[in-house]
Design a protein around this ligand. Structure first.
Ligand code: FE2
Ligand code: FE2
Length: 472
């Protein structure tokens, strides 16, 4: 069954009505979720009609319906990709065995931990973005923000469904906890670092959806390989929605770049600040910050947890089917370790390097986004080029966190060199204040803020001047 039952309190394609106990448990969680949304979501826009897409089918074609919805009326539901007949575990020690439809007892705690960690990022990002609507550069962007927000809310539902269905009492407790942690709260923070960083301006939002949601893509790709079939099916459908979030980020930064470069060309003698645009160096610094912070989300280079998750068939590699050897038992992974202040080439058993393997894919994908931005510069005949910061740069987790490294070359730096240059590499208080000073709402149809170009086209074949949010 791929169609979604909207007659239910909780829309779903998992035959929730056939499991009364589970249905009651989720219906009991629902008001708590709505209470969290009422406190921590973009609540100042609750009464507005927004042109949103809602999932109505999980098939490859026509899965989304577009129409005006008030966010609290959004149909958050539980949608899993169709079950594949005869699916087997695709990697690790259980390779080739039938995929699990129930939680394997010996892996219960690891699996719960993986699900909770993924789940926690979803409400966190809604919290981080909750005030951005007040400074949206256009109705088009405002709508995209809210689309991302409601879908992150749905991703929380997706994970809570797994916790409630397969983990009993402790799963339900975890589901409650997910509504109680708060992004950036010193006493009760979200689990992962980047999800506690403030995201208070739209350049940060676009960098977040470009780099941090892209981490989400690769985590979901790795979990979509899981031998625990319900997790795999959940993540496969989440990936469909996630693609739009990264589109928002990549094209968002691209439009900021386009605006700045266009002004530089028209007024070569002037500072783009005079026209209310964002200088190239500030854009690069924001890229440096959000890319490096999101690179941390993969964890340490060498990790026994990552080996355990792989060995047990719970979390694979992205695109596992492309790998020649799904056991990864006798292979080694070569990487540059940083120990005692020195970089040295090292080989570790591949299974222990699964975090780094996933990070490799992530870095490659990020570079494609950078290339896209540089093509915008080429098209505008500008010599400006953007760079992805080296993976050693500005790390807080893993071996490189104990050193200082150059953003472009990855070269080891001493502390005084770092201090002398850090203001050229990462956003300063002054940069942030300047970007924030530009954040004034533009709510007229077809109008765009001074610091961003209009998009090439609108959403769902609507124009760039469509009334995506009815504010009146
Ligand atoms: Fe998400
Ligand atoms: Fe996302």
């Amino acid at each position: 069954m791929t169609g979604i039952d909207y007659s239910q309190k909780i829309p779903n394609n998992v035959d929730l009505a056939g499991d009364k106990r589970l249905q009651r448990a989720l219906e009991a969680w629902q008001p708590n979720y709505l209470e969290w949304w009422a406190q921590m979501g973009p609540t100042d826009f609750n009464t507005k009609d927004i042109y949103l897409r809602t999932a109505i089918n999980v098939g490859a074609e026509g899965w989304a319906h577009f129409g005006y919805v008030k966010m609290p009326d959004y149909r958050w539901g539980i949608f899993l990709a169709p079950q594949e007949e005869g699916r087997t575990v695709g990697f690790g020690d259980h390779f080739g065995q039938p995929a699990w439809q129930q939680v394997p007892g010996e892996y219960r705690n690891w699996l719960r931990r993986l699900i909770v960690t993924q789940a926690d990022t979803e409400p966190a990002s809604v919290e981080q973005q909750r005030l951005l609507g007040h400074t949206a550069p256009s109705l088009y962007d405002l709508r995209n923000l809210f689309q991302v927000n409601v879908e992150e809310g749905r991703h929380l539902w997706a994970m809570v469904y797994l916790l409630h269905t397969y983990f009993g009492k402790d799963g339900r407790e975890e589901a409650e906890e997910l509504l109680h942690r708060r992004s950036g709260n010193a006493d009760h923070p979200r689990i992962l670092g980047t999800f506690n960083e403030p995201c208070e301006d739209w350049l940060s939002f676009f960098c977040f959806t470009m780099f941090t949601d892209r981490d989400g893509k690769f985590q979901l790709l790795a979990l979509a390989e899981s031998g625990f079939d319900p997790l795999s099916r959940t993540c496969r459908f989440m990936l469909t929605e996630e693609a739009h979030h990264m589109f928002v980020g990549q094209t968002g930064v691209g439009r900021v770049i386009e605006k700045t470069l266009t002004l530089m060309k028209e007024h070569p003698e002037r500072d783009v600040r005079d026209f209310g645009a964002i200088p190239i160096e500030i854009i690069q610094k924001y890229i440096n910050f959000w890319a490096s912070s999101s690179t941390d989300l993969y964890g340490a280079e060498i990790s026994s947890n990552s080996a355990n998750f792989f060995r047990s068939g719970l979390k694979g590699r992205a695109y596992e089917e492309k790998q020649a050897d799904h056991l990864a038992l006798d292979q080694a992974y070569a990487f540059e370790n940083f120990v005692d202040g020195r970089i040295s080439k090292e080989e570790v058993p591949l299974r222990n390097a699964m975090n780094e393997v996933l990070r490799d894919e992530y870095v490659r994908d990020n570079q494609k986004g950078i290339d896209y931005w540089n093509r915008i510069a080429e098209r505008l005949n500008s010599p400006v080029r953007f760079t992805l910061p080296h993976r050693r740069f500005n790390r807080k987790i893993g071996c490189y966190s104990s050193g200082r490294f150059h953003p472009a070359t990855g070269e080891l730096l001493d502390e005084s060199t770092w201090q002398a240059h850090v203001e050229q590499w990462l956003p300063t208080a002054k940069d942030k204040a300047y970007v924030k000073s530009l954040m004034k709402p533009v709510y007229e149809k077809g109008q765009y803020a001074s610091w961003i170009a209009a998009p090439a086209k609108g959403i769902d074949d609507k124009g760039v001047d469509y009334e995506y949010v009815k504010l009146a």
